[in-house]
Ligand binder design. Structure first.
Ligand SMILES: [Zn+2]
Ligand SMILES: [Zn+2]
Length: 406
């Protein structure tokens, strides 16, 4: 089959690889109908995530059809159309039983790789390095899905794949970010980053009752999308002092909650931005903290910081003093997709939520290398790319950067 494989920094290729096989009786094989390139795939693409190996199949956002089921699978049959959450969860460990699905204790055989650094770590994730289990991802024609009875959600008849493909990650991720803010009527929620997850967080904050939503970014087309799709007020952080602007917009108090949908590759301004870039390049820190510092400074006293942007390690000049002095509450982590999926699917069905409105690019799988480049450089007003592995004839598209073998 064909699959998008990682070969190094800024080098992904569409390779011919072996078809996946049922390994355990709880597995299914899914024929992938649609799969997305995620902002967190760019951290792999940019070489920030260790333990990637040449040839690893990328992709953790995919939907498709069950074409083979292990003998132990009871809830799904060949022919079922399914949504696959990006975290892999066993369903029986202490964490799964407590709805902390992405922290599953049994689904990551390589959790030891991070235990010495973090104390403990999360469950397995499709297509996201060997420290998250080394599972092959879904940017491929087929993918093996373990613990199928636990994770999968059937797509109701009449709902096209495109309407639900964002429920695999970014929609629940944005929703959890907003849910963690415990939004009260009248609240103002500020969201750093108007990329896919930030947009989903703004949409969700609105849905959960926020009176005002403020989106912060530096790309005009993303700010425009935040305004048009999420009814957000917007701030360009290259044009204004964000903390000061937010104070002015909220009667001097600051937003009730601040969501970080940026993460470790935050682009800072001025001396601080240069400082972080140099330190990260020299490997003196893992993560750039400019967004996180702004959130902490801007948030009102007693407010909530909700962090969904990915961070990987140690961070410098983290304003712990401000968190303490202002009595802030901090939430972070990967989304517990399983917890939110049924509810979000219902909202999509009832047309109360329309996550697919942010999809800007639809490409055949063969064009994944071009897609990664376009998404990374935010060219062509790119916000969310969906790849179709079943689209035929695309390999012959002139100018497409189809991988040559090796
Ligand atoms: Zn994702
Ligand atoms: Zn578990």
């Amino acid at each position: 089959m064909r699959a998008v494989c990682w070969h190094g920094k800024h080098d992904v290729r569409v390779d011919e690889v072996a078809d996946p096989q049922i390994v355990s009786k709880g597995d299914v094989i899914v024929k992938v109908a649609l799969t997305c390139i995620c902002g967190s795939d760019l951290h792999l693409y940019n070489g920030y995530v260790p333990t990637m190996k040449k040839g690893d199949i990328l992709g953790h956002e995919f939907v498709g059809e069950v074409v083979e089921a292990g003998s132990g699978v009871t809830r799904f049959h060949v022919g079922d159309r399914v949504i696959v959450p990006f975290p892999i969860s066993c369903g029986v460990c202490w964490y799964c039983k407590h709805e902390l699905w992405s922290l599953c204790d049994n689904s990551n055989p390589n959790s030891w790789m991070l235990e010495h650094l973090y104390g403990d770590t999360g469950g397995g994730i499709f297509g996201y390095s060997h420290m998250y289990g080394g599972f092959s991802g879904g940017q491929a024609e087929y993918v093996r899905v373990p613990f199928a009875d636990v994770g999968l959600e059937k797509i109701p008849d009449g709902i096209p794949y495109e309407q639900v493909v964002l429920l695999t990650d970014i929609c629940p991720t944005g929703y959890q970010a907003a849910d963690n803010c415990n939004i009260n009527p009248g609240d103002t929620v500020a969201v750093w980053g108007c990329g896919p997850v930030g947009l989903m967080a703004m949409m969700s904050a609105r849905h959960l009752g926020a009176e005002r939503v403020i989106g912060i970014d530096r790309f005009p087309d993303r700010l425009q999308m935040a305004h048009s799709q999420c009814q957000a007020e917007v701030l360009n952080y290259e044009e204004v002092d964000v903390a000061e602007a937010l104070q002015n917009m909220t009667g001097g108090r600051g937003p009730d909650s601040c969501i970080d949908a940026v993460g470790l590759e935050a682009v800072g301004t001025g001396i601080e931005g240069i400082y972080d870039s140099v330190k990260q390049t020299l490997r003196l820190e893992n993560d750039r903290a400019s967004a996180l510092r702004q959130l902490t400074k801007a948030c009102r006293k007693g407010g909530t910081l909700s962090i969904v942007g990915v961070y990987s390690g140690f961070i410098d000049k983290f304003p712990m003093g401000a968190i303490f002095a202002k009595g802030l509450t901090l939430h972070a982590g990967q989304a517990h997709v399983h917890k939110y999926l049924p509810h979000l699917l219902k909202l999509v069905q009832e047309q109360q939520l329309n996550p697919s409105s942010i999809i800007t690019h639809r490409l055949p799988l063969e064009e994944a290398p071009r897609g990664y480049k376009t998404f990374l450089n935010k060219q062509d007003a790119c916000i969310k790319i969906v790849l179709n592995p079943q689209a035929q004839g695309a390999a012959a598209t002139p100018g497409s950067e189809q991988a040559s073998a090796g």
